[in-house]
Write a protein of this length. Structure first.
Length: 94
């Protein structure tokens, strides 16, 4: 479960921002230290929101970043939240 949720968050973050998380860090070791200390990328700004990054989707991303893998959401929960985020975004853009 751990690799799936973390990979999903990286993909979602990149889809909404065009950047990878921690792009400002130039060394992998620095990213590892940040993650170990609980540091996460800040929430992207209005441009990501205009692309559909909702409060619910950001909250999901934060849950997937939990250091304790047992506190991360399971796949069925992820699917429900992603489907709802898609419906909400589609309704707003019509």
């Amino acid at each position: 479960m751990q690799p799936l949720t973390r990979s999903l968050v990286r993909a979602i973050f990149q889809a909404f921002t065009g950047n990878i998380p921690f792009e400002h860090q130039h060394r992998d070791a620095t990213v590892v230290i940040d993650v170990t200390l609980g540091i996460r990328p800040p929430r992207p700004g209005p441009e990501a929101a205009s692309r559909g990054l909702s409060d619910a989707l950001w909250a999901l991303m934060e849950e997937c970043w939990q250091a304790d893998w047992r506190r991360r959401p399971r796949v069925p929960s992820l699917l429900v939240i992603l489907e709802e985020a898609n419906k909400t975004f589609t309704l707003q853009t019509l």
